[in-house]
Ligand binder design. Structure first.
Ligand SMILES: [Mg+2]
Length: 193
């Protein structure tokens, strides 16, 4: 069976971070207003640091995030034909100790929402380039361009929209816009437009 490595954040689930920050600040920031990759970077350094302590102690971001349309049903279908590994990073260099709780949140979320995934195949690491898989699906180009993967699939998200088709082709990466395109590609052999 061919192996697929699938990322979690912004590939299977999305959001939650801005909702948590808004709750903490009592604000109503909208997605479009935040340009920073880490939403809390809109805060000055000291406040950001305090917020991160609060965040890791009190927030399970997966309670506030949403599932990307069709992700779970397509992965379940794929699991009948491929070995599925969910590979997700939890390390935060800003809070190397406090971030350990994220490993627990991620692991438990996958167990609960993806019961068809063998828990032994949940990989909690930032070193995604070490994972040898036939297919890799991620929203971050940096996670795809290093390491081995016969088919590397980039799921479109705001932060990766600026990569052109040519740039991605040079890196051996194929862009898809949604999970239906992933299903078509991996189960029916139909290339995305
Ligand atoms: Mg991701």
């Amino acid at each position: 069976m061919n192996k697929i490595m699938i990322d979690l954040d912004e590939t299977i689930v999305t959001g939650g971070y801005l909702e948590a920050l808004n709750e903490y600040l009592g604000t109503n920031y909208q997605k479009e207003e935040v340009k920073e990759y880490y939403v809390s970077d809109i805060l000055p350094k000291e406040e950001n640091d305090k917020y991160l302590d609060y965040f890791y102690q009190n927030v399970n971001v997966y309670d506030k995030s949403t599932i990307i349309p069709h992700a779970l049903e397509v992965i379940e279908k794929l699991s009948k034909y491929y070995e599925i590994y969910i590979c997700t990073a939890f390390y935060d260099k800003r809070k190397p100790e406090a971030c350990a709780i994220m490993a627990k949140h991620k692991y438990l979320w996958i167990l609960k929402n993806m019961p068809y995934i063998n828990p032994k195949k949940i990989l909690l690491t930032s070193a995604k380039e070490l994972v040898m898989c036939d297919v890799k699906i991620d929203d971050k180009v940096s996670n795809l361009k290093r390491g081995y993967g016969r088919i590397k699939i980039l799921l479109t998200q705001k932060h990766n929209e600026h990569y052109t088709k040519e740039e991605l082709a040079k890196l051996g990466i194929l862009r898809v816009n949604n999970w239906i395109e992933i299903e078509n590609l991996l189960l029916k052999g139909v290339l995305p437009e």
